[in-house]
Design a protein around this ligand. Structure first.
Ligand code: SAM
Length: 174
């Protein structure tokens, strides 16, 4: 298992683990990569990742912080891996396509994170992504919005918890 993160965040995580006395499992390798200035391919290669075997990637809560170019180049690398490889990621819908209440939520969230120095940098229109992902080599794409996720995973909840509509969840495989 490889833990990929921005070098600054990963150094902070490692320090926190050390301070808390949490041992790093032998099966875990850290790969510090800034997706804006380095490639996932190069960073993983340096960390010992075998690109000739299928791999699963979880990339949740990350794409919004990347430029479109960095996001697409990262996805392109996963799409270049052997058949059976898969990635799960979420992405933000362009604010112009949101309902009024979701746009307000989006504005509040992005305002807060931008004030902390981590602005949202990329948005994807679902219809365009549905063409782009097969175009870069993904054979299987599942793109779920809040209603589908609710029907699959939240049905029967009694606490009224619902997802907002500002982001969607994708599983894309080779
Ligand atoms: C909201 S957090 C998501 C955390 C993740 N889901 C987890 O459970 O650890 C956003 C993550 O994106 C990472 N990130 C933001 N910009 C990045 C970049 N240019 N290169 C690599 N990682 C980046 C941050 O370091 C942070 O770990």
């Amino acid at each position: 298992m490889f833990e990929v993160d921005h070098p600054a965040t990963q150094a902070w995580k490692r320090e926190r683990l050390q301070n808390a006395g949490i041992a790093i499992p032998e099966s875990l390798t850290f790969a510090a990569i800034d997706f804006e200035t380095q490639t996932l391919a190069g960073g993983l290669r340096r960390a010992g990742f075998k690109a000739d075997e299928p791999a699963f990637f979880s990339m949740l809560g990350v794409i919004v912080y990347l430029t479109r170019d960095a996001a697409m180049s990262t996805l392109r690398f996963v799409a270049s891996l052997p058949s059976g490889s898969e990635i799960v990621f979420d992405y933000a819908i362009p604010p112009s396509a949101l309902s009024e209440s979701d746009r307000k939520l989006h504005d509040d969230v992005t305002h807060q994170v931008a004030a902390r120095g981590e602005p949202w940098l990329s948005y994807f229109a679902p219809a365009a992504l549905a063409g782009d992902l097969p175009g870069i080599g993904f054979a299987r794409v599942e793109d779920l919005g809040p209603d589908e996720i609710h029907d699959r995973d939240f049905k029967g909840r009694t606490d009224g918890l619902r997802l907002n509509g500002i982001a969607r969840l994708v599983k894309a495989g080779r």
